[in-house]
Every structure is written in C-alpha cells, then in structure tokens.
Design a protein around this ligand. Structure first.
Ligand code: AMP
Length: 423
C-alpha cells in the first residue's frame, strides 16, 4: 500500500498548530461573551440553494457541491452568514431583536492553495440581526478590534468602504442588479477597467473618479466621496452613513486607517458598510464583514436589517506566528507516574487518577520501561515531576517525587501529593 497524503488544499494541524488555532478560537469565544453574542452551531452541509442564493458568482463556483444519497444537491458551507440567515427566518424568527449570534468552525472553498489560502479553513462569525443603526456596524468593527488585540497582534489596520455608494450610483443610472453584482465582483479584485468597461463612458468616468479619490485622513476621504456623488441621492445617504460609522468607531478609540471608495467584496449580499482588517506581514485580509439588509428577505423572512463579520482564524494564527506572538504558558505542572514494578501498576494508576481529579495533568508510563529510561524520556519531554510508586514508600502511604529540573527526590505522603506538585 502506498502511504496516503491529505487532499490538496486540506491540512493536518499538528499539535502546536492545533494549540495556536484553539487559542485563537478561545479568544473569539471570549470576545463573543464580552459583546453578548450567543453561540449557535450549524451544520457543515447545507442545501446548495441556500448557500448559493446570494453568495456571489465567485464563491458559488468554488463551493464543494455534491449530491447526497437521497439525491439532494448539497454543499459544504463556504461561510456562516447564509446558515444564520436561515435560522433568522426559521427557528430564531421570533427571538427579540437585536439577535446577536456567534459561530465558529471550518468552512470550505475551492481556492487556489497558497500561504494563508486553504480549501478548508476556520472562521469565527459574528452577526447582529435587527438593527439598521450605525451603532451595530460600529459594534462589529469594535469586536473585531477587540479580537485582534486579544490575540496579541500588533500593527493591524482597518479598511472601510460602503457598497451603498457604488450601488446608489448604479441604481440611479438604471443599471440592473445582475450587472451591479458583476461590477462589484471585479472591483473586489481591483479589476477596475474590466469592471467599468460595460458601462457607458459617463458612468464609467464617475466610478473611475470615485475609486481614485484619496486623502490624508479617513474623514477627508468620506467628505470627498460625498462631494463626488452629489446628485445621486442614495449614494449621498450612503456616504453620510459611512461618515457616521467612522465617527462612532473613532470616538470609541479604534482607529480606521483607510477609507477605500472603490472597495468591493466578493459576497453579493452586502448592502452597506463593508470593512476588512489586515496586518503588514500579509497582503490578504484577516477578517472582513459588512451590512446585508436584504438577505433575510431573500430567504423568505420579514425585511430585516443585519450586519456581521467573519474572521479568518488560520490567517490570524499565521500572522501571530510571523509576529512571534507568545502563547500563554501552561500553568499546571506536568507529571509522569511510574510504577517501580508490575505489581504496583494498579496502585500507580489509582494515584494518577487522584492527581487528575485534582486537576493535575498526568501521563502514565505505558511503555513498561525501566526507571532510568522512563525518567530520561520525561526529561526529554520537559515534564516537571516524576512520581515514582515503590513498595517501601507505599507501605507508609507515600511515594517518591522527583523534581526533574532540579534532579532532587523527596518522599511525599499521597495525601499531600497534589499540594506538593502545585508548589
Ligand atoms: P470573506 O467573507 O470571504 O471575506 O472571508 C472572511 C475571512 O475568511 C477573510 O478575511 C479571510 O481571513 C478568511 N478566508 C477567506 N478565504 C480563505 C481561504 N481560502 N483560506 C484561509 N482563510 C480564508
């Protein structure tokens, strides 16, 4: 038999990588707790129809889609928002608003594998349903800021834009939704020429002028956007909305570095503010989100405003590695329990259980090695103590505790063992 490899784009996370990812997941969960987002766990497999309804061509084409044995066309989720919108129109339909949900798990996209881009990756997802107010948009950005801070990342920056500005211009110019989506998709990839080619020269010039707007401060850029879209009523409202959100976020102490007037995002369902967060080490986003006020309606619910964000946890972990962000050190001491002979295995196991029940991590010598070899191995694996269970000490209700770093041994009563190990 040849040895097996994992499928292209799918990774094994070895213990250290798993530990880092779990640390980031724990931070995301703490952030959810701090902001009042309650966790929901949704299936990895969802109806293709649901996932494709408003995800956009880009993601639609990259979904892992298949027929199940019951002949249903299903797909692996490429993101969480569609599942949450499904819940908001079904099981959570009558929940008081705002509804704040948190989800974490793996998502799947047939992307071209490269550093920070995988086919199976992890996201934490936060959604606020039922508020059309800028405070809700600000909250999503602030919690992203809190998560970045909690992971110990430095020098991360926010980029913000507003889909309503671009859609406002296009709608007033009677460009249909499908064409608008195609344009936004290309803008997301910064293919502005291809994006605007399909429009008449006048509209094309307006949009070209918009994406080229730049300024030294975020607020100035928004003011310029407002001036540029004068006469396009919805676009002006969108610019005001962007200004207000920027103001709220800045006043709360979180800095937004860049306003990008030509910012589009691959997902089709966005209607308002959109944003992404970056670190200097990577040129791909660590997270992104925005407002999607029409999705729930598309899924058959009442028209309900909503906004949310997804964080790319693998990329956060990758950036932490690149910035050499230290993980918290283990607090508990690690112990190896070794019976001196075969007859004492039961007693030694009993002592192990006792320590574990006291919350002390214990490994038991399961290789049947001689004492010297077992101790050598414990040393190599940087364990703190060896508990040696021998006949003589056991008769007195005691064991030998060897401090592996200091190479010192003492006899300790079993009663006092966990106390001694904790130090
Ligand atoms: P999106 O909503 O598509 O912007 O995805 C949200 C976040 O998920 C992005 O900002 C990335 O951090 C992360 N992400 C998206 N695609 C991938 C991928 N193929 N591999 C790893 N992370 C990804």
């Amino acid at each position: 038999m040849p040895t097996f490899q994992s499928v292209r784009g799918m990774r094994d996370l070895l213990p250290e990588e798993a530990e880092t990812l779990n640390h980031v997941i724990a931070k995301a969960r703490e952030t959810a707790e701090l902001y009042g987002y309650r966790e929901v766990i949704t299936p990895v497999v969802e109806p293709y129809e649901l996932l494709s309804a408003k995800s956009g061509e880009e993601i639609r084409q990259r979904m892992f889609t298949f027929k199940d044995l019951g002949d249903r066309t299903v797909a692996l989720r490429p993101e969480f928002t569609a599942s949450i919108a499904r819940l908001a129109t079904t099981a959570l339909k009558n929940e008081p608003k705002p509804l704040r949900t948190f989800s974490v798990g793996s998502v799947y996209r047939y992307d071209e594998p490269q550093r920070g881009r995988y086919r199976e990756f992890w996201q934490s997802d936060f959604e606020v349903i039922g508020s059309n107010r800028p405070e809700a948009d600000a909250e999503i950005i602030l919690l992203t800021n809190s998560l970045m801070k909690a992971t110990g990342l430095r020098n991360y920056t926010f980029k913000i834009g507003h889909i309503g500005v671009i859609r406002g211009i296009l709608s007033q110019e009677n460009v249909d939704d499908k064409t608008q989506n195609a344009i936004l998709q290309r803008m997301d990839k910064k293919e502005y020429d291809e994006a605007f080619n399909i429009l008449n020269p006048r509209i094309s010039r307006t949009l070209q002028g918009l994406v080229e707007l730049k300024s030294s401060s975020a607020f100035e850029t928004v003011k310029k956007i407002k001036a540029h879209v004068k006469g396009y009523d919805d676009a002006e409202v969108a610019a005001d909305n962007l200004f207000e959100i920027l103001k709220l976020v800045t006043e709360s102490g979180c800095e937004i570095e860049t306003v990008d007037p030509g910012f589009g995002r691959g997902l089709e369902y966005y209607t308002g503010t959109i944003f992404e967060v970056y670190t200097p080490e990577l040129d791909i986003a660590l997270g992104g989100g925005g407002r999607y006020d029409r999705l729930i309606e598309v899924f058959g619910g009442e028209p309900t405003p909503a906004t949310g964000v997804a964080h790319g946890l693998d990329r956060i972990a990758l950036a932490m590695g690149m910035q050499k962000t230290a993980l918290p050190t283990r607090r508990e001491k690690r112990v190896l329990v070794i019976p001196v002979n075969e007859e004492l295995r039961g007693e030694a196991l009993k002592i192990s259980q006792r320590l574990r029940e006291a919350g002390i991590p214990v490994e038991f010598e399961i290789m049947g090695r001689k004492m010297a070899k077992a101790l050598e191995d414990a040393d190599r694996r940087q364990m703190n103590y060896a508990v040696i269970v021998g006949e003589r000490e056991l008769k007195e209700g005691s064991v030998v505790v060897r401090d592996l770093a200091k190479r010192e041994q003492t006899v300790v009563a079993i009663e006092k063992l966990s106390e001694k190990i904790r130090g």
